[in-house]
Design a protein around this ligand. Sequence first.
Ligand code: NAP
Length: 141
Amino acid sequence: MGFARELGADVVIDYETQNLSGVTGVDVVLDLVGGAARAASWAVLVPGGVLVTTRDAPSQEEARAHDVRALRFTVEADGAELAEIAGLVAAGTVTPHISATHPLEQAAAALTDIESGHTVGKVVLEVDSGSTDSGSTELGS
Ligand SMILES: NC(=O)c1ccc[n+]([C@@H]2O[C@H](COP(=O)([O-])OP(=O)(O)OC[C@H]3O[C@@H](n4cnc5c(N)ncnc54)[C@H](OP(=O)(O)O)[C@@H]3O)[C@@H](O)[C@H]2O)c1
């Protein structure tokens, strides 16, 4: 909740104690959860609004029924785009939130953290700086 406010959210809803009833007039839903959270999201959108999800493909039938659009967003590995993003981070235009940094040897523990579904931001694996492939790699999003 605090993190969402830090990012600039005007209104924050605690999914564990509140629901979306009474929420209306939303232009864009970014669905990072799917399931029941997505099912409850259709009704908050304005006609012509859009739901964008990182989860499974959204139902086009459901979208039509609510007079909105529904899209699935998928990350693709693209060196040029990654370089552009690295430049934005280096310039301070984008500031990624890092939840935890683990040495490469603890990759399994890092994955377990991500699978908990409660990490916030990025989980980073740090490759031994003594190795030829030194550097960090992002593990989760
Ligand atoms: N399609 C793609 O290319 C792509 C790219 C990146 C990610 N993904 C997928 O997108 C999903 C989201 O990624 P992520 O990196 O944001 O996942 P994540 O790091 O696991 O998300 C964790 C966050 O979600 C919150 N959360 C958990 N359950 C929730 C619920 N029912 N309602 C609202 N918030 C909830 C948690 O809050 P609390 O800690 O307060 O519970 C935590 O802040 C994952 O399933 C991931 O696999 C897909």
